[in-house]
Design a protein. Structure first.
Length: 300
């Protein structure tokens, strides 16, 4: 008895949250990882469409997931792909695994710069596919990657910026604990015309800096967390025409289901919370966000 009681909370954490009330107008989940959500693509799309999340941007993090993203985007008209080596993947290719976070099935042996070159060459090939609407996620992550990996990470980021510019595609940025260096390197390289900061985590001042530079800011589940008033201030400081919404699923599940598995069909929680923060009606925010997503990724 006591045993099953103590087990139930941890089991509950694995239970997918129920579907929320559908949104009044279609929106896009601007950043998701369907390959990590344990459902078929058809089922993910069906659940999302039932709540008016009708477009998904499927994001690649390494060669394998980038190849998968292109396949899915080619097979399903409502999915669009981005391809890249994640900021934590680049140093792993060069230096090998620095910890076990990725699990044994994706173990990387130290391959030096040659491994980064080979993987990036494959990303360049994939990036040319018409189903690919963006280069990412790339950027910097100083939370997971220590000082040893910074050089490889920055070099990889610079190459991805150049690729986005060469192909005229959007650049999708992952920035974790690295705001100043991300902005500096973008300025040094010259940013592509269309840039998205995914899961924006800066403050209001940084939101203004990004908006002035013409970047788009995508908000995820953390904007619904009670403690994140600073992030809501950043949302209020962002011009409406620069705002996107995303899940980054299976991570960052919005309230009231924080800690349980995330998926695109949970976008309505984040979007409704954002509308309340901005004191605008939900339908208007849906329309604005959908238009912004289409413009920044050049979707038809
Ligand atoms: Zn990310
Ligand atoms: Zn992501």
């Amino acid at each position: 008895m006591s045993r099953s009681k103590s087990q139930s909370p941890s089991n509950e954490r694995d239970v997918p949250p129920p579907a929320p009330e559908p949104l009044p107008a279609p929106v896009a989940d601007s950043h998701t990882h369907l390959d990590m959500q344990g459902r078929s693509t058809e089922e993910s799309l069906r659940l999302a469409a039932a709540v008016n999340v009708t477009t998904l941007v499927q994001v690649g993090c390494d060669v394998r997931s980038s190849e998968w993203a292109v396949q899915q985007a080619s097979a399903f008209p409502s999915i669009h792909a981005t391809v890249a080596l994640h900021p934590n993947e680049a140093p792993r290719l060069v230096l090998g695994d620095m910890d076990q976070w990725a699990g044994p099935d994706t173990h990387r042996a130290a391959g030096g710069t040659a491994a980064l070159d080979a993987a990036f060459a494959r990303i360049e090939e994939l990036a040319a596919d018409p189903a690919v609407v963006g280069i990412g996620e790339t950027g910097l992550d100083y939370f997971r990657t220590g000082p040893d990996g910074v050089a490889a990470q920055q070099e990889s980021f610079r190459r991805h910026i150049a690729l986005a510019k060469r192909l005229g595609k959007a650049l999708v940025i992952h920035d974790r604990d690295a705001h100043a260096d991300v902005l500096r390197i973008l300025a040094e390289e010259g940013a592509p015309e269309r840039v998205v900061f995914h899961c924006f985590s800066g403050d209001a001042a940084m939101a203004r800096t990004c908006a002035e530079a013409g970047y788009h800011l995508s908000f995820a589940g953390p904007v619904t967390f009670k403690a994140n008033e600073e992030l809501r201030e950043a949302l209020r400081a962002t011009p409406r025409e620069r705002v996107l919404v995303e899940t980054d699923a299976p991570f960052l599940t919005p309230m009231p289901y924080r800690g349980r598995p995330n998926a695109p069909y949970l976008i309505p929680h984040t979007l409704r919370s954002m509308a309340s923060t901005l004191a605008i009606d939900v339908k208007t925010l849906c329309e604005t966000v959908d238009e912004n997503t289409r413009r920044v990724f050049d979707l038809v």
